[in-house]
Write a protein that binds this ligand. Structure first.
Ligand code: HAM
Length: 418
């Protein structure tokens, strides 16, 4: 038997229906905020993700890279932001609107060790508001993340926020971290020893090292902010307060990707028994990404949620998403003649927008009935010899067990408006 690749999963109809309900909920929310959907390729030229300035672990080690038959270096996207910004620049969206508001949903690929809540193929739902450096725009994206949680009814989920400051603040802070961590180099994990000189902030985010005392006591970004960067962050918080967003400032939050500056935030679940991978979403402000792709010197801000983790949180908190559309009817027949009549009415009712089905396998009536009930239809529509001769339908309400024989007009009335 051929099995699915490690770190992937199949979604069967009972689960896709829940995801569809979640997706529809998110899309509706986003459209209300004036965001439009963007779809970018699942693979991109590798340098979309492997840019000079970006040497995060995820990008270096965890991507699926391959050469196509034309010897091009391509990479399956590990996240949404880089591809969206590549498209923003290539399609010159900056020339159309001052601020471009986009959202996306799709699979991403990271070669990580699979665990509960961590997959090699996972879905992200993301938002990017691109074109302006504005504390209120950062606040809007944090607010949207907050609305995503609260509109779903998630209670044990909170927003943690921090600032990394502007370029000058980050340079000062990075230099301080290198000086601080160098005497501890031997005590760092292998990965962090390599991170020390080019990306010391990631040490603070390392699952192995961040439990060590000297890492916990490391200097914090907030102590190295320029006055402008400090004001930017206090403005973001002021706007969040004005919008009644509940958040927690976490001065050790740094995030795993390298393109961030100023605001960074994460959406964290503290649901009992949730497991280690409890960050449902994360995002922040980026200043250099657009110019790195050859675009103008503009900023953006965004967030992405892991759909599997969001669903895991919804299930852990026992939140009911809108139910699957119930079958309006199921057709039952007796022989070839009544089957033909049943197929005709099945096709007509489906054209009118009703959801229904028939058993194609010519099973005995009792078998058809047993299997029909598994689909939980509202009505059973039975066509026998008598119904065929009189142009009528016997309709049984599955719940009340009430049964009537009626004509076509009455049948439509009974099934209700579509
Ligand atoms: P990220 O923190 O790398 O950020 O990923 C965002 C979310 O994707 C995570 O919080 C998590 O829920 C989910 N996720 C990441 N890796 C996995 C995995 N292997 N399995 C399951 N879920 C996963 C970004 O990707 C940024 N592009 C977010 C962003 C948008 N920043 C600005 N705009």
């Amino acid at each position: 038997m051929i099995q699915k690749p490690k770190g992937t999963y199949d979604l069967l109809p009972s689960e896709t229906q829940k995801y569809r309900a979640l997706e529809n909920h998110l899309f509706k929310l986003l459209e209300n905020y004036g965001y439009g959907e963007i779809r970018t390729p699942i693979f991109e030229h590798s340098n979309v993700f492997h840019r000079d300035s970006e040497f995060s672990d995820m990008v270096l080690k965890e991507t699926y890279n391959f050469k196509d038959k034309g010897n091009r270096d391509l990479t399956l996207r590990p996240e949404g932001t880089a591809g969206v910004i590549r498209s923003y620049v290539e399609e010159k969206l900056y020339a159309k609107e001052e601020i471009t508001k986009l959202y996306y949903l799709g699979p991403n690929f990271r070669y990580e060790r699979p665990q509960k809540g961590r997959y090699r193929q996972f879905y992200q739902f993301g938002i990017e508001a691109v074109g302006a450096k504005s504390p209120s725009l950062d606040a809007e994206v944090v607010n949207l993340s907050y609305k995503i949680i609260t509109s779903l009814g998630l209670k044990q989920v909170k927003i943690k926020i921090n600032t990394l400051g502007d370029i000058e603040s980050r340079k000062k802070y990075n230099d301080t971290l290198i000086t601080y961590f160098t005497p501890f180099k031997e005590q760092l994990c292998d990965n962090c020893q390599q991170r020390l000189n080019n990306n010391p902030m990631r040490i603070l985010d390392c699952k192995i090292d961040n439990k060590k005392d000297f890492v916990k006591k490391a200097p914090k970004p907030k102590d190295y902010l320029t006055p402008e960067a400090a004001k930017y962050f206090s403005d973001v918080l002021r706007y969040l307060n004005a919008m009644d967003v509940i958040y927690e400032v976490d001065d050790s939050l740094v995030r795993g990707l390298d393109y961030y500056g100023h605001t960074v935030f994460e959406v964290e679940a503290s649901i009992k028994g949730f497991g280690a991978h409890n960050i449902l979403g994360g995002g922040g402000h980026y200043e250099k990404l657009i110019s790195e792709f050859g675009g103008p010197n503009l900023s953006g801000v965004g967030v992405a949620f892991g759909m599997e983790r969001l669903m895991q949180a919804i299930e852990a908190e026992k939140i009911q998403l809108p139910a699957e559309k119930q079958f309006d009817f199921y057709l039952l027949y007796f022989d070839e003649k009544t089957k033909i009549a049943a197929l005709k009415i099945l096709s007509e009712l489906r054209d009118l927008g009703y959801k229904g089905d028939i058993n194609h396998l010519d099973k005995k009536f009792s078998n058809q009935l047993k299997r029909a009930l598994r689909f939980n239809p509202k009505y059973l529509i039975i066509i026998g010899e008598e119904e065929l001769n009189n142009n009528t339908y016997t309709v049984k309400d599955v719940k009340t067990e009430e049964q009537v024989t009626i004509d076509y007009e009455q049948l439509l009335k009974k099934l209700g408006n579509k």
